[in-house]
Design a protein around this ligand. Structure first.
Ligand SMILES: NC(=O)CC[C@H](N)C(=O)O
Length: 356
């Protein structure tokens, strides 16, 4: 294994060994504290442009499932057709793996997908740096480290345009209820969750003006990067709101619906990326443990009078969802589809489909 380094924009340097594809890449360095789920997280399009650091020390021990797809083109086990993270940074890489569903090792998968990976890094120490200073950009070097200063700002790149579908894709055609799915980089388990509830889906590109389509409801997906880069989507969501049909959004979908309702988003210091984020449904004592992956959040103080906070994060009080006071529009910042993570909030898909 070659020596490999992660150099952060503040100059800190972490040394490890390359266990993935040998290439120098850069990205926004973010940490995820989940204990499992690296196949799903790596293929989550919301990680486009980011270097993923896993704090759980033992990674790779259950291998990676196969990339096989179903007849509708959706992946059987992954969240999209490829790895989206720019690189993976772990503590102990487990060379031996064992799982009923494993098809190959994590190392072989990274090499096959041409994604850099470093192991042997004290990822908890690295996480303390990111928690202290906030997320920052970093670069992976193979062989010997150099100094690094980012050329482009993460927040100025339209990553959604890189991961959204290019043409309309239909699923379960002919079903009685039709959902337009605005694809900002949708995780495939969201599509599976909707299909299990018997709806037809028209998956449209992130900037497609779907307002003239025939639909019973709109779903706004998760997606990478800064929601302020998606103003075309916000305009089209505003047009859809005028029709007063049900709208449900997840993660980026929460941020875009909030923006369409006139609210603002801001960047969190180091985001929420884990399987154990506690959220409370406002106005109740119902708490749920949720799976999350986001760096931006809706500013509650900017919500208009027609809107209310639906969920709040019990760690830091930040917004975890919004709801219109009189119309069937709601969205959440966490991931009710899980994949990976707890499934406590999957009932939100039922609420959406029941409204159609
Ligand atoms: N998973 C997501 O949809 C993330 C939304 C947005 N890119 C953020 O980081 O906040």
């Amino acid at each position: 294994m070659k020596d490999a380094y992660l150099v952060l924009e503040d100059g800190s340097c972490f040394e490890g060994k390359s266990f993935g594809f040998e290439k120098s890449v850069f990205g926004e360095v973010v940490f995820n504290t989940a204990m499992t789920g690296y196949p799903e997280s790596l293929t989550d399009p919301s990680y486009e442009g980011q270097i993923m650091v896993l704090t759980y020390p033992l990674i790779g021990n259950y291998g990676v499932p196969s990339a096989e797809t179903c007849s509708d083109g959706l992946s059987k086990f992954m969240e999209s057709g490829r790895i989206h993270a720019e690189a993976l940074v772990v503590g102990d890489y487990s060379v031996n793996y064992s799982h009923w569903n494993a098809a190959l090792s994590l190392s072989d998968w990274l090499k096959q997908e041409k994604i850099a990976g470093i192991c042997g890094v004290d990822t908890r120490e690295l996480t303390k740096v990111l928690r202290g200073s906030g997320v920052m950009q970093g670069r992976i070097f193979i062989g010997k480290p150099e100094s690094f200063s980012p050329q482009t700002e993460y927040s100025k790149i339209n990553f959604v345009d890189k991961v959204s579908c290019r043409e309309i894709l239909k699923y379960n055609e002919g079903a009685p209820k039709k959902v337009v799915l605005l694809d900002c980089g949708v995780k495939e388990n969201i599509i599976r969750c909707l299909l299990r509830r018997g709806v037809e889906i028209a998956r449209v590109p992130w900037n497609y003006d779907f307002s003239g389509m025939d639909f019973d409801g709109v779903f706004i997906s998760n997606g990478p990067g800064n929601p302020d880069m998606c103003s075309e989507a916000v305009q089209n969501i505003k047009k859809a709101m005028a029709k007063e049909k049900p709208i449900f959004g997840i993660c980026m979908g929460n941020q875009l619906l909030a923006k369409a309702g006139g609210a603002k988003v801001y960047k969190l210091k180091y985001g929420h990326r884990s399987h154990n984020q506690p959220v409370r449904m406002l106005g109740t004592n119902r708490c749920f443990i949720t799976s999350q992956n986001h760096g931006y959040a809706v500013d509650n103080s900017s919500l208009g009078d027609d809107w209310e906070v639906y969920f709040e994060n019990m760690n830091d009080g930040s917004n975890e969802g919004i709801r219109h006071k009189t119309k069937p529009f709601f969205s959440v910042q966490f991931h009710p589809e899980a994949a990976s993570g707890p499934t406590d909030t999957e009932f939100l898909f039922d609420e959406f489909v029941n409204l159609l």
